[in-house]
Design a protein around this ligand. Sequence first.
Ligand code: ADP
Ligand code: ZN
Length: 738
Amino acid sequence: MPLSASILIDGPSELVFDYAIPENLNVLPGCRVRIPLRNRPATGTVLRVAEKPQGDFDLRFLTDLVDPEPLVTGPLLKLAEWISSYYGTPLEQVIRSIIPSSIRGEKNSAKTRRAAILNKKPSQEELDALAKRAKRQHQIISLLSVSPDPIPISDLGGPSASASLKALAEKGWIKLTQLEVRRDPDAHETFAPTQPLTLNPEQAEIHQSLLKSLHSEKPTPILLHGITGSGKTEVYLQATKAALDLGKNILILVPEISLAPQTVQRFKARFHEQVDQIAVLHSNLSQGERFDEWHRIRAGKARIIIGARSAIFAPAKNLGLIIVDEEHEPAYKQENPPKYHARDLAVVRCHLEKCSVLLGSATPSLETFQNTQLGKYQLGILSERADGASLPLTRVVDMRIEAKKHKGRDAIISDILRTSIEKRLEANEQVIVFLNRRGFARSLQCPPCGHVIECNHCAIPLTYHRAEERLICHVCGHQAVVPRICPNCKDPAIRQQGYGTEKAEIILRKVFPSAKIARLDTDTTRRKNTLRDTLRDFRAKKINILLGTQMIAKGLDFPNVTLVGVLNADLSLYAPDFRAGERTFQLLTQVAGRAGRGDLAGEVIIQTSTPHSPSIQFARHHDFHGFVAQELDMRKQFGYPPFTHLALLLARSSHERRAEFTLQTLHRKLAENLPEGVILGDPIPSPLTKSHSQFRFQLLLRGPNPRALSQHLNKTLKNTPTPEDVIVTADLDAYDLG
Ligand code: ADP
Ligand code: ZN
């Protein structure tokens, strides 16, 4: 059967053309090929191989393969097919995102230096002659004689040695070659080596399960549910060592690499002798660095790979273990197609490559937890802090009472929190203050008429940023001038409502004038290294109070922090999302986990206007199982995940009516032969009704079988023509509910 290939042509315009495949070539997706393009030769990457349409005689033949092996490994190709069929994304789109553009392009290549290597050792007489006549040549050949590896020309005298090198090469004693040099993003870093700790009984039990899993033909994923500070990272480190000793490679996923410098450092410190075998993949790498790291992984030179979401596609062979740290984090879900979930892909890759999977969290997602209850995953528990510390004492402050005390003014810092901070500062201990909203005020509102200033492109209030003296949209980034009078009723009383970290910082500085205060949020960390430097200063106790958004909620380990204050814990509770309670519970538990990690006892103060909400109460009592029991009850009753899978169908357009009409049409079509057990929701305006100047309408599909959902959706989408100016997208296992 004659075959054809869809080929992504190298170059900035990202063109895709079809070519016929010559019969003698074994062309697979991910292969690099040469092709004729108009009248010149070009190169590209194969995205898809299919049967050549019959009677199509116009298709030109591709010329040949650049490299016989595809860029993606066999199991990764299988993973790509799985993603394509599960999420309903065309395979070519999946392949495209699996192979980063820095790898595909012809422009990128290994960085090399000219070097020389010994070819044939001269005889003793020849050497003696050289020593007399040509001192330089003698020096060079002596150096090369004792080096098994090529030596860069720069170390052999540089340009001034070129005549000598040429002479030696002509006599056949040396060969001139190219030496690959690695562009190492962290070349300057040094690490104090650490030794494995003696595992406590709970850790040891999990380690034993993991060893069994590493030797198993069909390993079961393991959930490591360990409270904050219980020594999960130590388990990761020893699991990694065990897999390395078996000659396997290890992949470690973290939710966001810029927030995980401590994790990376702990791996480098533990595996200091193999630091060259560690690769770190993150979004700040230059194209060249990414190219080098990727090829080091593919060649098996990097054996411990640490990276964020997309590192799940690292081209590692012989994978023994995938660790997913903070498996509950929404950051693992990719929001552009293919809309995969990296934690779920880790489990799929484990099936495909027969490798072990360790999912770790202090607050496991309900999906993962339910899988342990169903016996699909093993459960390992770390119930105590590893260093003997006790969990912090948590107090909840009712801000409605505070507001009365302060006569309606926005009470930002309660009296209880203020006195507690004072005490900690006096004792020279450190404080973290958490507020999950950046900016100064939430919005501008006019008290007489109630008018709120909204973004012109998105139906959400603009946030007041004082430093820039601007209103900024947190969805699309649109900026506007701050009006002096209400645009609606012309009243000058328009004023700020609510508050963000920027305002909280100013208040903190006023209340604690002698304290050193730093703020971490997306506004203050735009400059490279601010995050790293601030965390370093905090660790060195040069900062007393660290204020920040969810950026500071997880993973950080500061022994001198004894108090964590949470301002406005209700923020995430009000989101129009059935996971709002779960997210709030997770956030509160994670921030609380920052307190009292050393020898000093910790304290947490949560400020809220809904003190009796279950998420807050369960977090206060560190009661994961209590929370899960009531939350699972609710999910079961309403038919939400983990009892169903869920797909979000979104139609957006700058024409409101057309977006709405398109979704209604799709709704009608979806209702025809709905697969068994599938619940079809009504089409509604999205919670974010307008964004980037587009109106948004959505509906939810729920059902027990994700593939049935996905197939029904994709078939309907394919068979229902939609207007050109309406964009329709589907998201299986959606996290962001619009
Ligand atoms: P987690 O990753 O669960 O938040 P960590 O791995 O950071 O916890 O461990 C918390 C602290 O306990 C760290 O300072 C770590 O060095 C220490 N620790 C972990 N395991 C042990 C152990 N077996 N014995 C003594 N200390 C331990
Ligand atoms: Zn906007």
